[in-house]
Design a protein around this ligand. Structure first.
Ligand SMILES: [Ca+2]
Ligand SMILES: [Ca+2]
Ligand SMILES: [Ca+2]
Ligand SMILES: [Ca+2]
Length: 321
């Protein structure tokens, strides 16, 4: 099976190369097509537990010119989006900068208070049904990188974008791109995105496998992986330098399920891969899922769309220790 090995090696190299040239969220390496946010009056059984998604983009110091945050299919209507009855959903996108848009405690206060809107509001726009933006990009900006919060340890300045379902009961499907151009997607070299709570739409294609990448810091001794409304759509596995596809518990309808995993010394300051493998026998369509990874203090770990240090590679030597 030399051929298969060669293909795998090639895929691995491609995985390592692609992120450098692309700044969409979700990123190509994740193999997730879209993010999702439901209207404020939706049923959580459709897959969104809180009708709010918060992402941060990282603008590296090398980027001194303006940046744009572009949203694909920001409307809820027409193609891509998930209708219940008729489309009647309004989703607001708002962008924040300034010193308060992120803090070390951001992950802890998420969704518990209104603090998630901290920061200086730079732009905001609400979308309903709008053929003008159906399967098209809407551009926020320009933003001067100096408007972002400077966080050295995260490698640059941060801007925050919140997608919040205001009203209605349909699902808004969309994605982001951090661009240097207002009219096309031109990557900010070295840029990245992260979130503490990932709301996404899983592929309908049973051949697809997708993965997300929480970063484990040096204070973490265990992680708790929680998933919501997975609808028993196949299996979830955990990979790292020390974990070779350990099975995670999976959630059913409108349900949170969690499982704890110990973190060994070699996994500190490294990326973990959570892999989602679709149900091979039963086709689950329009599967919306929410995932959180917490450390032993209950603090949410960031998922970077471009994994820090690259995709983790399991090392049997570490496992054996
Ligand atoms: Ca509706
Ligand atoms: Ca649409
Ligand atoms: Ca949409
Ligand atoms: Ca679901």
């Amino acid at each position: 099976m030399v051929f298969n090995k060669y293909i795998l090696l090639l895929l691995f190299i491609l995985k390592a190369i692609i992120p450098v040239f692309s700044q969409p969220a979700p990123a190509a390496v994740e193999n997730i097509n879209y993010l999702m946010t439901f209207g404020g009056n939706a049923l959580t059984s459709w897959g969104d537990d809180d009708f709010c998604q918060i992402f941060y983009c990282i603008i590296p110091p090398s980027q001194t010119g303006p940046v744009y945050i572009r949203v694909y299919d920001p409307d809820t209507g027409g193609d891509l989006d998930e209708v219940k009855g008729e489309f009647n959903t309004i989703v607001n996108f708002s962008i924040y900068g300034g010193k308060d848009c992120w803090s070390d405690t951001t992950a802890q206060v998420l969704n518990k208070t209104e603090n998630f809107k901290n920061g200086y509001l730079l732009a905001s726009k609400s979308f309903g049904i709008d053929p003008k933006y159906d399967k098209k990009w809407y551009t926020f900006g320009p933003f001067n990188p100096s408007e972002g919060k400077n966080v050295g340890k995260l490698g640059g300045r941060l801007l925050k974008i919140i997608a919040q379902g205001i009203s209605g009961d349909d699902g808004n499907i969309y994605k982001y791109f951090l661009s240097t151009s207002p009219v096309e997607n031109i990557a900010v070299e070295g840029g990245n995105w992260f979130t503490y709570k990932y709301h996404f739409r899983f592929s309908d294609d049973q051949k697809q496998v997708c993965q997300i990448y929480p970063f484990v810091d040096d204070k973490t001794i265990s992680i708790q992986v929680s998933n919501f409304d997975w609808d028993n759509d196949g299996i979830i596995r955990i990979f790292s330098v020390a974990k070779n596809g350990i099975l995670c518990n999976v959630s059913g309808e409108d349900d949170w399920v969690k499982r704890e995993f110990p973190i060994v010394a070699e996994e500190k300051n490294s990326t973990i891969e959570i892999q989602f493998i679709k149900n091979q026998t039963l086709l689950v369509r329009n599967n919306n899922v929410v995932v959180i990874v917490r450390n032993q203090y209950g603090v949410s770990l960031p998922f970077y769309v471009i994994p820090i240090g690259g995709v983790p590679v399991y090392s049997p030597k570490i496992r054996m220790k």
